[in-house]
Design a protein around this ligand. Structure first.
Ligand SMILES: CC(=O)SCCNC(=O)CCNC(=O)[C@H](O)C(C)(C)COP(=O)(O)OP(=O)(O)OC[C@H]1O[C@@H](n2cnc3c(N)ncnc32)[C@H](O)[C@@H]1OP(=O)(O)O
Ligand SMILES: O=CC(=O)O
Ligand SMILES: [Mg+2]
Length: 724
């Protein structure tokens, strides 16, 4: 039984109360009594509103279910009229521009990768915060962007054959980032700064300089023999590093040992879909890590084959200008924090005897913590512009955005923060938000700092919303249908029209195949190419590589044509990606799809429920590691539930697949000492039960979300572990 202590009208779990009163409140200029009174007041006012918003979601879904059942073929005009009539499709507001101010350059005027990281993993979170800068040589050496043929195998010990290919690859990029008047960086023999210009000595002893001399911003060390040269291109920085005593530098004619690339401009510290946080203990860890990141006190001891070290936030990088003045660049990624959405409650705090909405809890506590940044209480500054950046996920339509806006205003009042200090990143990841995006942005127009196409949740919601219409296409084919392209294009168009350029990020979704960097380099150019000034990556390495795309493409130059086109993709967005022809699928196709989904579900859920790991790399049926989080779980579970509902598969087939895949997933995890297998007694495995419930009761889960089942089962597992 959870114990509580009373604070104003709240009952608070002691460890969370202790964290707030002993660590988060001191130095925040908010007195404990004021804090708890303000928090109680927010809950008193907003709990009923939150209840009503969730009830509206359910009501709309019931009406859509009934409509789909009675209209097996959607007739576009009457379908749209129906959606308008029930209040799903809103009347768009008149044209407007967002008025958000005090936005940091990383968000407003720069274009580059956005990294996402589970905040409860301190080791990863610190790594992410430090991923502002990444080694291009390491990123190329360690991934498949360099093929392993002709002796260029990826070995732990340095492989000079691979190293040579890496150097060629990186230097070719340097020709894109910093083209020379003649010749190429691939044959450079030396770099120095003479008469305020970069002078590159080439293989034939001739010299070249930069085609755009103003790209040279500064250096480190001796101007005549610098240890680093700083260049800028498309608003991003690149540092050429030299050291003739270094393993790489000593064999390079120019002495270059690496190219450091400005990589993750921003990072989302995630309290949501990549995290398993179900109770006071878990939430306290989440908040503790956020405080440690904000104050610069978070540390993690690492023990690697290369030796032991302590990981902490990186310092700024210091340089000298060509005229001898000192300046520095941010050494860290600018941090957002992703709160949870409006759905879940958490019993870390009770109000009127009931668990409070977790979204309200996150807004109050993560903002309190971030206030330390604005007060200069941390070792470093996160937001130089004086803002707190919160990503708000899974909102349905403009009323829910307006609710978040009200919540943020009330939090500002409770924490004595100036109005609109709390900025809002709006995830465009629910269908009711996509089709009303203009109204959604308008509902938070003084604090909107991003719209991002979270296509993973969006796909899950696509299936759940039209669950009763018919069987959906194969998972891979859903992505190829017109709705997705229209959704991606409309997001950018609506963002540009809402005046987000220069004030906010227009963002694109996650690269969910963390080990396939060669593929990412081929295909993720489409994100900047669409006019988006950021897109999500799953790791620091991916950030460094994806940063190259923003050198290749000048995103902001693409915005004017977007502003002047008349694109409106609503009809396509409303075209449901159903299976065109059931008979086109063989039994093997169906089995394969089922097994693949089941494997992904079990591989993710078993670590979530048994071990509390919120984001995992899970091999798919072809053994390709996929990033699985709650959003990808939503897709897979909804997809099976949909095929079950429409008779493409039956329960016996699902059970058979689950037993086979549980065996496989156990084998795949056999080297993890902490892993708790599901077999040989799957019925007793809480994770197996969770997966079963997610699938078999998929049609009943609110909007197809997986959180209710995951949270309940994880809590059951934690209880079991305590009593064992
Ligand atoms: C739909 C959505 O909401 S998407 C957003 C939610 N998803 C995410 O946040 C994904 C974030 N990424 C991750 O959690 C991880 O990359 C995973 C789970 C996909 C893969 O993790 P692993 O299998 O442990 O990765 P892998 O073994 O390849 O690499 C681990 C190393 O990379 C680092 N790393 C991997 N991902 C990240 C990250 N996102 N941020 C910082 N560092 C990272 C780790 O710190 C570790 O390095 P270290 O030993 O020096 O600490
Ligand atoms: O949150 C991101 C998504 O794709 O969902
Ligand atoms: Mg999402």
């Amino acid at each position: 039984m959870q114990q509580y202590i009373q604070r104003e009208q709240l009952q608070v779990a002691p460890q969370l109360a202790a964290f707030i009163e002993e660590q988060a409140l001191p130095g925040s200029e908010v007195a404990p009594t004021e804090f708890w009174a303000g928090f109680s007041n927010i809950l008193a006012q907003l709990t009923p509103v939150n209840d009503a918003l969730l009830a509206k979601r359910d009501l709309l879904q019931q009406k859509i279910d009934a409509y789909c059942q009675s209209h097996p073929t959607l007739e576009p005009v009457s379908y749209k009229a129906f959606l308008q009539e029930i209040g799903y499709l809103e009347t768009p507001p008149a044209d407007f521009s967002i008025t958000t101010d005090n936005v940091d350059d990383e968000v407003a005027t720069m274009a580059g990768p956005q990294l996402v990281v589970p905040i409860n993993n301190a080791r990863f979170a610190l790594n992410a915060a430090n991923a502002r800068w990444g080694s291009l040589y390491d990123a190329a050496y360690g991934t498949d962007v360099i093929p392993e043929d002709n002796g260029a195998t990826r070995t732990k010990e340095y492989n000079p054959a691979r190293g040579q290919k890496v150097i060629q690859y990186a230097r070719k990029w340097l020709d894109v980032i910093a083209p020379l008047t003649n010749g190429s960086h691939t044959t450079s023999q030396g770099y120095d700064i003479t008469s305020g210009q970069l002078v590159v000595t080439l293989a034939d002893a001739s010299t070249a300089t930069l085609s755009h001399p103003s790209q040279l911003l500064g250096f480190i060390g001796d101007k005549n023999n610098p240890s680093a040269i700083l260049l800028q291109h498309n608003g991003l920085h690149v540092e050429l590093q030299f050291d003739r005593t270094h393993q790489i530098g000593q064999s390079d004619p120019s002495g270059m040992k690496d190219i450091l690339v400005e990589s993750a401009l921003t990072t989302i510290m995630d309290c949501e879909d990549s995290v398993a946080a179900v109770d006071a203990e878990d939430k306290t860890l989440v908040y503790q890590n956020w405080l440690g990141l904000i104050k610069g006190t978070l540390e993690v001891s690492l023990s690697k084959p290369s030796g032991s070290s302590v990981r902490r936030l990186s310092a700024d990088r210091n340089y000298t200008t060509l005229t001898g003045k000192s300046f520095s660049l941010n050494g860290r990624s600018m941090m957002f924090v992703r709160n949870v959405g409006h759905l879940m409650t958490n019993d870390a705090i009770l109000f009127q005897g009931k668990p409070i909405y977790e979204g309200i809890m996150d807004a109050v506590i993560t903002s309190l913590i971030a206030k330390h940044d604005l007060l200069g209480n941390g070792q470093y500054r996160n937001s130089k512009a004086g803002s707190i950046y919160i990503v708000k996920p899974k909102m349905h339509g403009s009323e829910e955005v307006a609710f978040a806006d009200t919540l943020f205003s009330q939090v500002e009042d409770a924490l004595a923060l100036p109005k609109n200090t709390l900025k809002m990143g709006i995830m465009d990841e629910e269908r009711r938000t996509s089709v009303n995006l203009k109204a959604c942005i308008n509902a938070a127009k003084a604090r909107a700092v991003f719209i991002n196409t979270g296509f993973l949740d969006r796909t899950g919601d696509e299936i759940h919303t039209s669950m009763h219409l018919g069987p959906f296409a194969l998972k891979a084919e859903i992505k190829q249908q017109p709705w997705l392209t229209a959704y991606e294009l409309a997001n950018v168009k609506i963002g540009v029209d809402a005046g987000m350029s220069g004030k906010a990020q227009i963002g694109k979704g996650m690269w969910p195949i963390p080990d396939n960097m060669a593929d990412m380099m081929q295909s993720k150019t489409n994100h900047p190419q669409s006019g988006a000034n950021t897109a999500w990556v799953p790791s620091p390495t991916a950030a460094t590589l994806h940063a190259l795309h923003y050198h290749q493409i000048d995103v902001f130059s693409l915005r004017n044509p977007i502003a002047s086109n008349n694109f409106d993709g609503l009809d396509d967005i409303l075209t449901v990606p159903l299976l065109a022809d059931r008979s086109s699928l063989s039994e093997q196709d169906i089995q394969r799809e089922l097994d693949n989904n089941v494997q992904g579900i079990l591989g993710y859920v078993v670590r979530w429920v048994h071990q509390g790991i919120g984001c995992s790399k899970v091999p798919d049926i072809n053994n390709v590691g996929l990033m699985e989080d709650r959003a990808t779980l939503r897709i897979s579970s909804q997809h099976i539930a949909n095929w079950l509902l429409h008779g493409l598969i039956n329960e016996a087939q699902i059970n058979d697949s689950m037993l086979r895949m549980a065996q496989l997933v156990d084998e795949q995890n056999s080297s993890d000492k902490e892993y708790i297998p599901m077999m040989p007694d799957p019925i007793e495995s809480i994770a197996f039960q969770a997966a079963q419930e997610l699938i078999l009761q998929g049609t009943e889960q609110p909007n197809g979300y997986t959180e209710p089942v995951l949270h309940a089962k994880r809590r059951e597992m934690k209880d079991k572990l305590v009593t064992q």
